[in-house]
Design a protein. Structure first.
Length: 258
């Protein structure tokens, strides 16, 4: 076995939404495989806290951070200009930033549902396009989009969220085919309930938690590290023949039947 197939030494990864939860876990996982990491997030204090923690835990790796709201196009461009200044191109882009406002469909204002699309879908689409020139500086590079099981079936997130994630999954397939000749693999992961700050309030309701677990064959809530492991695998040279895939990290939720 060639150990280099399971390493990311010398590779540079950009992770959006990297200050907490799944994004922070992805950064930690990629650092563990030898990559250098660039983090982007809106909250400056949380971002610096994540950066400092990762630097302490991985002193031999490069960890840099940039405050940006990737739902804003000007800030997306500033973020990619910052990445370009490193002069190394980019090996990995992880479109993890996301958000939601859960309501009944008829209760959304136009601004509200458009904002869900802006942060979940348009940010990933535009960042992928802006990063294309940086990713093609290397013979092999990859994009991983953090989708959701709500992009494949109904869950109680509100319709705009599910619509935006379904579109992200289709974007993954389209870009995988179009950019294969450029040496860019494009894949996605689709988590179910993962134990993060964003899900803590809902999961604190014991009745709601019981409902979730009854629909989850694994019988438990997932951990951020389990999503991060799937993302990291898709970035590894060992996954070089995998592109256009969307891997559910859901404890069997999408396969549940009666």
């Amino acid at each position: 076995m060639d150990p280099k197939r399971w390493r990311l030494d010398g590779q540079l990864a950009l992770i959006t939404g990297g200050s907490a939860g799944i994004g922070r876990a992805i950064a930690r996982e990629l650092l563990g495989f030898g990559a250098d990491v660039l983090l982007a997030a809106r909250d400056a204090a949380a971002l610096e806290s994540a950066r400092a923690e990762l630097v302490e835990d991985f002193p031999d790796r490069e960890v840099q951070a940039f405050v940006a709201d990737v739902a804003d196009d000007e800030q997306r461009r500033e973020l990619l200009d910052w990445v370009e200044d490193f002069g190394e191109g980019l090996h990995i882009l992880v479109n993890n930033a996301g958000g939601n406002l859960s309501k009944a469909t008829n209760d959304y204002t136009e601004d509200e549902w458009r904002q869900v699309f802006e942060i979940n879908l348009f940010s990933a689409f535009e960042l992928s396009r802006y990063a294309h020139a940086l990713l093609t500086r290397h013979a092999a590079s990859s994009i991983v989009n953090v989708g959701s099981v709500s992009g494949s079936t109904h869950v109680r997130t509100g319709s705009p969220y599910g619509m935006s994630k379904a579109a992200m999954h289709q974007m993954t397939r389209n870009l995988a085919v179009e950019w294969a000749e450029d040496g860019i693999r494009v894949n996605a992961v689709a988590p179910w309930y993962i134990r993060t700050r964003r899900t803590s309030d809902k999961l604190a309701d014991p009745d709601y938690l019981d409902e979730v677990l009854l629909r989850t064959p694994a019988g438990r809530i997932g951990e951020p590290e389990e999503v991060a492991a799937a993302v990291a695998f898709l970035c590894l040279p060992a996954a070089a023949y995998i592109t256009g895939e969307c891997i559910a990290v859901d404890g069997g939720f999408l396969r549940y039947g009666f």
